[in-house]
Ligand binder design. Structure first.
Ligand code: ASP
Length: 452
């Protein structure tokens, strides 16, 4: 074959979707075709209604123990759903970050990317937390909560299955910094220490760029297989997502009752308003710093947002975000494949806003007055906490428990806000994912083309 013929063959092979892309797009199509988000919303509404009917205060079951046992059975699909997503989230993140870096192909490109991306991530997280703190101080949703009811919910044990018992480790600042390198990667996985896992994956990805391509290829292929396999399992989990949401909400409503849910209305509205403001911030960033219009951007990522809303997991949505970034927004693969996996794990503006609002809300409920420097420390802690929050459903609230301990609120207090956590989780995950895609769009504009 002539050189020209070979070139042509190479190019058309490159244009053809790879098996990885085909498999990912099959999984995403499956989820979108089923109108999953709509089924999930229906599951939510029925979950609350059934929970109210089956709660000890309702007409059907009187004994508290029986009601709680029924709730536990009904939440079984939810527990299985969360378990399946959590099972594959670490391999998915590890493989995606390694591939993202390895495929970007050059150290210079990585350096110029890192020097822009890290400050961008930190800045947007600070903006997000500031919005949350300002709103919660103005609305003061904690003042609407009846103290007696708060104590009752606190003692209901609704949060006990979410609390692992570990709080902040007693480490000095140099120890904390040194701790980002996992001396024992297996332990990092067992403890689900996200920051350590991300750092280890980045190091492996960089190492792959620097060794001869042939030597690294088997390992890269393994990562591709790991990514596709993880997505397959997530798409299976999604089949039961509506039942999962139904059961989880039903169980929580049985445990905490209607009064507690209603009085959380102001708190939930504060978080949702904050998340809405953050969406406007992204659209402004897109309008100011990229060549795309906000409308074009939103249209391109609509389906991914619905998936994020349905799965409540930035990690589970990540491969589809990459796909949308490349196919709908037309971003360069070396940018999206690096920014999206990293952003999914460390850039969680929605989660940060939620954690700040929730922490201050609980301070208001328990009459804890924080001084301005204490609020500033809380904000800094929240930046770190949102970075360390794994991108899986419902974990933002677990990490919140560790923030609470630092400001003198009992970790069990998360029982008070757990009833509305599912819906807030869906919304904050949508914001998290939008943030990653906004970051990719901005980086695509800011970064020079890679040298061939
Ligand atoms: N579910 C969120 C995410 O995956 C994390 C959280 O619970 O806030 O982005």
């Amino acid at each position: 074959m002539t050189n020209k013929g070979k070139d042509h063959k190479k190019r058309s092979e490159k244009d053809k979707p790879s098996n990885r892309e085909k498999s990912l797009s099959k999984s995403s199509q499956l989820m979108m075709d089923q109108r999953l988000w709509l089924k999930i919303l229906v599951g939510m509404v029925f979950g609350v209604i059934t929970g109210l009917a089956l709660s000890p205060a309702g007409p059907i079951i009187e004994a508290k123990e029986t009601a709680f046992a029924v709730g536990e059975w009904l939440s079984l699909p939810g527990t299985l759903f969360l378990g399946m997503i959590q099972m594959v989230i670490i391999p998915l993140i590890v493989c995606s970050i390694i591939l993202g870096i390895a495929e970007s192909g050059s150290m210079d490109f990585l350096k110029s990317m890192g020097s822009r991306l890290i400050p961008y991530f930190i800045l947007t997280t600070i903006i997000s937390i500031t919005i949350g703190v300002t709103l919660v101080q103005i609305v003061r949703p904690g003042d609407m909560i009846n103290q007696g009811m708060a104590l009752e919910v606190l003692n209901s044990g609704a949060a006990s299955d979410r609390l692992s018992g570990d709080t902040f480790e007693d480490l000095t600042i140099p120890q904390r910094i040194a701790n980002i390198i996992p001396t024992n990667p297996a332990r990092a996985q067992v403890e689900r220490n996200m920051l350590q896992i991300v750092i280890a994956s980045i190091l492996v990805g960089i190492a792959l760029i620097t060794i001869p391509a042939g030597t690294g290829k088997p390992f890269k292929d393994l990562c591709v297989a790991g990514q596709v396999l993880s997505m397959k399992i997530i798409s299976w989990a999604m089949v039961i997502a509506p039942y999962a949401v139904f059961g989880l909400l039903c169980n929580i409503t049985i445990r905490i009752g209607l009064d507690a849910l209603i009085s959380l209305g102001f708190y939930a509205a504060t978080v949702l308003t904050g998340l809405g403001c953050m969406m406007l911030v992204y659209l402004t960033i897109i309008a100011l710093f990229t060549k795309k219009s906000p409308g074009e951007f939103m249209k391109g990522i609509r389906e991914v947002q619905l998936l994020a809303f349905s799965t409540s997991s930035s990690a589970a949505t990540m491969p589809f975000s990459i796909q949308a970034a490349e196919e709908k927004l037309g971003l360069r693969p070396e940018v999206s494949r690096f920014v999206v996996p990293l952003g999914a794990t460390v850039n969680m503006d929605g989660t940060a806003l939620y954690q700040a609002v929730a922490a201050l809300f609980l301070c208001q409920v328990f009459g804890i007055d924080l001084s301005t420097p204490e609020i500033a420390i809380l904000m800094l802690t929240t930046v770190g906490a949102s970075i360390g929050t794994p991108a899986t459903p419902g974990v933002g609230i677990v990490v919140l428990a560790t923030i609470l301990v630092g400001i003198g609120v009992p970790a069990q207090a998360i029982a008070l806000i757990i009833g509305v956590d599912r819906i807030l989780d869906m919304c904050r995950t949508t914001v998290n994912v939008t943030g990653d895609l906004a970051a990719s769009t901005v980086m695509d504009r800011w970064l020079p083309e890679k040298k061939k």
